[in-house]
Design a protein around this ligand. Structure first.
Ligand SMILES: *[C@@H]1O[C@H](CO)[C@@H](O)[C@H](O)[C@H]1NC(C)=O
Length: 274
């Protein structure tokens, strides 16, 4: 996706706004000075949101996992340098940066790049050199939530795409599955997000899957004792162990919310506590 770069609509600044849920969509000013706003493309690309919506809807119809993947793509973009599409960049051979796609949180798990590619191509066709990839990712995430039954919100627009990426930022800033609560709170605070934001954004796990490798530690030695994490429901833990063995099946997938895997709702199964 190196060609993404020549499509960026100029400017290297990353808008440090996380437009993931409505509570967060106040629209922080971009470092360049002017605030993000929902009508940013009203005159320059009025079809932008319709194009994104149509392609996300088709991608979701073809692959119901895609909604969760696009939501996560936005999150993993925003936590590194702000919501600047840095997550999309491939190394360009100049050696200036290493792609974030190779980071621990992203490697073998981040998805949806080809959907963003398709949207970007369609938007470029309609309105050349106007719409940033970062805005496309933000709108695609919102549309993914709406498509799966979640709330909608107005997405402030006008982000600028980054010309660089940060592998170390991706490795160190994005919460890890086994981070402690204080660490996670700290990582959100780094982004200007408080614990209410943390809880709201964690709700995004109402859709999507987790890989075995992400929670194996809880099944086989959370406290270095070789025992299953005792805060897990034993029956559920046994079920998870069945398809998440001690040392194989890293990529095996498990619904995060097994009762309604593809519904963005407020119910969760009560399997994670005794
Ligand atoms: C979290 O998992 C990583 C990768 O498996 C491991 O290196 C690290 O020690 C774990 N951290 C904690 C706090 O258990």
């Amino acid at each position: 996706m190196a060609r993404r770069r020549q499509w960026s609509s100029g400017g290297v600044a990353a808008a440090a706004v996380l437009g993931l849920l409505s509570v967060l969509c106040a629209g922080h000013p971009a470092p360049g000075g002017f605030p993000l706003q929902p009508r940013f493309y009203e005159h320059t690309c009025p079809q932008m949101q319709a194009i994104v919506g149509a392609i996300v809807a088709r991608a979701h119809a073809e692959d119901p996992r895609m909604a969760a993947s696009l939501l996560r793509l936005h999150f993993h973009d925003c936590f590194v340098q702000g919501c600047d599409a840095s997550v999309l960049l491939d190394a360009d051979g100049s050696g200036r940066f290493v792609t974030e796609k190779r980071s621990n949180p992203n490697r073998d798990s981040l998805r949806g790049f080809e959907v963003i590619d398709e949207i970007k191509a369609a938007v470029e066709h309609a309105c050349p050199r106007v719409v940033s990839c970062a805005d496309i990712v933000a709108v695609a995430a919102r549309d993914s939530v709406v498509l799966t039954g979640g709330p909608g919100w107005e997405v402030p627009l006008g982000r600028r795409d980054s010309l660089t990426a940060s592998l170390s930022g991706s490795n160190n800033l994005i919460p890890a599955p086994n981070d402690s609560l204080p660490t996670i709170i700290g990582k959100f605070a780094n982004q200007g997000l408080d614990v209410v934001d943390l809880v709201a954004l964690s709700g995004g796990h109402t859709i999507g899957d987790s890989r075995c490798v992400s929670f194996r530690q809880r099944l086989y030695g959370q406290n270095n004792n070789g025992q299953v994490d005792r805060t897990l429901n034993p029956a559920y833990a046994a079920e998870l162990r069945g398809r998440c063995p001690r040392s194989d099946g890293d990529q095996n997938l498990f619904a995060l919310d097994p009762a309604s895997q593809f519904r963005f709702d407020t119910s969760t199964t009560t399997t994670s506590s005794p």
